[in-house]
Design a protein around this ligand. Structure first.
Ligand SMILES: Cc1cc2nc3c(=O)[nH]c(=O)nc-3n(C[C@H](O)[C@H](O)[C@H](O)COP(=O)(O)O)c2cc1C
Length: 116
């Protein structure tokens, strides 16, 4: 976790973690919380936003796009993430980003036993 002058970055190396909602709960909306690390798909963006992040940061996917196709590759990576996020929102009944909420994600412990 990095404390910035105007916000907090929750940084992991392996994807969205439910613990992020603890950080969001602790800051009580006083500063923005950004999620960084392991965002690879639009569903990862959706999960981070559902757990309370105001935004996500991407590192390696942009670098991979750059290495593969230069500027066009970086644009495509961002387009793919956006398309996947929009599809996930549509499938979850969220017409806007503001509709994404904590009720849209379940942690391992919140799963009904019948689904195990
Ligand atoms: C090429 C490159 C340079 C980076 N430089 C820094 C840096 O100077 N300081 C830093 O805190 N993190 C740096 N990072 C880490 C990213 O900010 C980010 O936390 C990390 O890449 C995890 O996100 P990812 O899983 O999307 O790659 C760098 C990452 C990459 C790929």
């Amino acid at each position: 976790m990095q404390m910035l002058r105007r916000g907090i970055t929750v940084k992991t190396s392996y994807g969205v973690k439910p613990e992020m909602s603890c950080v969001v709960g602790a800051v009580k909306g006083k500063v923005p919380v950004l999620f960084d690390g392991g965002i690879r798909r639009g569903t990862d963006v959706f999960k981070a936003l559902a757990l309370g992040a105001q935004a996500v940061l991407i590192g390696r996917p942009a670098v991979y796009g750059l290495a593969a196709k230069g500027e066009y590759g970086v644009k495509r990576v961002i387009e793919m993430l956006r398309d996947e996020l929009e599809l996930t929102m549509a499938l979850s009944g969220c017409p806007t980003l503001n509709h994404i909420s904590r009720k849209h994600v379940r942690t391992k412990h919140e799963r009904p036993r019948a689904m195990l």
